[in-house]
Ligand binder design. Structure first.
Ligand code: DP6
Length: 376
């Protein structure tokens, strides 16, 4: 390793947005490799609003691998981090930085330790897919630092081993996580269905209801569902395979009516599967017992209100205007067919949930901030 005497530090910083599933991943067939029981489809958000920024550094002066998340040191000893680090190190290439006089040969990466600093610009583990952005960003940044030549799809199979939904954040736009068939997980990876420019009209609005961490983690929740829910078996075998094909068609044709119907139906079935779990999981109402009572009441009101506002509104129009989806956390994600529908949606949300009288409704995060101005 040339340049060792100078105790150099080599660094790379990357930024990765989170993604929101419109066909949900829920249930693993292999917990260690993180192989899902069904395909899933998501939309990657614009990095301005919900993203992770990660800096990875290597230096001969580091004596162990360490990581800080939002400024606090966290342990890297878990299997998920270790699997990602091992997979990336195994694919590392030669690196040369002439400016620093550093030359690292492929085999040297096994001996070099890493320091990793990661920041989320949104609440961690509150159902806004922070692990998706975090693990995707980590794998991407490490691959750049170590000159890994694998393409995004191969990298997605590594990120998948950190957190399933992370594989979809390696791409922008509309992304499918193909569940794969192989036992080694090599064919369980993400592919891009359409890039971020494909469906420009679509506006995403996220109501951040609570920044508290969810009580049942996705990992534990889906394990219990796999063990106890018969509905999940039906969903994975009969429902999702057809629904995924229909969703791909809807995205390809920018067919909002089908997109909205499939998105809402899939969110509702995901929560039905959670209810079919023993003991039942209620992500949509009492997500966290630790949340203050008035916040809980607000959340219940928000979920049922948003579902009924959207369902009624769509029925009263010739064609649907808005879709909703809820993940394993208390926040609501809505898709509007265009800016006009987004403006009307925002007006209704602000009317029913005026932020000044509901302090916990922290903010509305928008795909496009100017909508807020249009809404007045
Ligand atoms: C409801 O990817 O967080 O958001 O693989 O155990 O880390 P692990 O789970 P995770 O689960 C996400 C579940 C979901 C649906 C989805 O994003 O598809």
């Amino acid at each position: 390793m040339a340049g060792e005497a100078e105790k150099w530090v080599l660094m790379v910083t990357a930024q990765t947005p989170t993604n929101i599933a419109v066909i949900k991943y829920w249930g693993k067939r292999d917990e260690n490799l993180i192989l899902p029981v069904n395909d899933s489809i998501s939309v990657t958000l614009d990095p301005e609003h919900l993203c992770t920024t990660t800096t990875v550094a290597a230096s001969p002066s580091f004596d162990s691998d360490r990581m800080w998340l939002n400024g606090k040191e966290i342990s890297l000893s878990g299997d998920r981090y270790q699997n990602c680090l091992r997979e990336i190190r195994a694919r590392a290439g030669d690196v040369e930085d002439e400016g620093k006089g550093v030359k690292i040969a492929k085999k040297d990466w096994e001996k070099l330790h890493l320091h990793i600093a990661s920041y989320n610009n949104f609440p961690t583990a509150a159902g806004l897919a922070s692990s998706a952005a975090g693990l995707a960003c980590l794998v991407f940044a490490l691959a750049k630092l170590m000159n890994v030549k694998d393409d995004q799809s191969k990298l997605s199979a590594i990120a998948r081993q950190g957190s399933g939904s992370a594989c979809r954040s390696l791409y922008g736009g509309f992304v499918k996580w193909v569940m794969g068939k192989d036992d080694d997980g090599k064919d369980s990876l993400a592919v891009q269905l359409a890039d971020e420019k494909h469906w420009d009209d679509l506006v995403i609005i996220i109501a951040v209801v609570s920044s508290s961490q969810k009580e049942t983690s996705s990992t534990t929740g889906m394990r219990e569902t796999v063990e106890t829910s018969l509905l999940l078996k039906h969903r994975a075998k009969e429902v999702v395979p057809k629904r995924t094909l229909q969703m791909e068609e809807a995205i390809k044709n920018r067919d909002f009516a089908s997109f909205a119907q499939l998105t809402c139906a899939d969110s509702n079935q995901f929560h039905a599967v959670c209810l079919d779990t023993s003991p039942p999981i209620f992500y949509m109402n009492d997500t966290s017992h630790s949340i203050k009572l008035w916040n809980l009441a607000l959340m219940k009101q928000l979920f049922s209100r948003i579902i009924s506002i959207v369902e009624k509104w769509n029925r009263s129009e010739e064609t649907p205007q808005v879709a909703y989806t809820f993940d394993a956390g208390p926040n609501a994600v809505m898709f509007a067919r265009n800016r006009k529908a987004a403006t009307l949606l925002l007006q209704r949300l602000l009317f029913y949930f005026p932020p000044s009288s509901a302090a916990d409704l922290d903010s509305y995060i928008l795909g496009d901030k100017s909508i807020l101005k249009d809404a007045g």
